[in-house]
Design a protein around this ligand. Structure first.
Ligand SMILES: [Zn+2]
Length: 145
């Protein structure tokens, strides 16, 4: 199935952890690092958002940059996640700019724009960005983990 080439596997508990971080940080954006092995997310690491305008930007705090190094030292692929409290879970121009530093890295995004009682809930999407190109990555959520 060519439509699944490049799909990423992630555990429900990992999705829940990212959504919980996003909700706790709202109305600011939150961000974090993910470690990926062979197309599967193996860990989710919350980091601090040091952006001057965190309502619509994220910037991983320098105190947390070591987490990226740790993932690399373990021989894993570095990916990222961040939230959009009020906008769609699609990379902004700023996000595409960030990806200049990490072309092709997994970028998980959660939007809380419909995360209200009676609405559809958080939206969760994955991308790989090769600036300026944005590739949508299919997500396979393992409900049992
Ligand atoms: Zn963004």
């Amino acid at each position: 199935m060519s439509s699944l080439v490049g799909a990423i596997a992630i555990a429900r508990s990992q999705v829940d952890a990212i959504v919980a971080h996003a909700r706790a940080g709202a109305p600011d954006e939150v961000c974090g690092v993910v470690a990926v092995r062979d197309g599967s997310v193996v860990s989710v690491i919350a980091t601090r958002n040091a952006a001057a305008t965190p309502r619509n930007r994220f910037e991983i705090d320098v105190r947390d940059l070591m987490r990226i190094v740790e993932v690399e030292r373990e021989g894993l692929d570095v990916g990222f996640y961040h939230s959009h409290p009020v906008s769609v879970a699609y990379p902004s121009a700023t996000d595409i700019g960030f990806a200049e530093l990490w072309p092709g890295a997994l970028q998980l995004m959660v939007s809380l724009r419909h995360d209200l009682p009676g609405e559809i809930g958080p939206e969760f999407h994955a991308y790989r960005i090769f600036p300026p190109r944005v590739d949508v990555v299919a997500i396979a959520i393992d409900e049992g983990r």
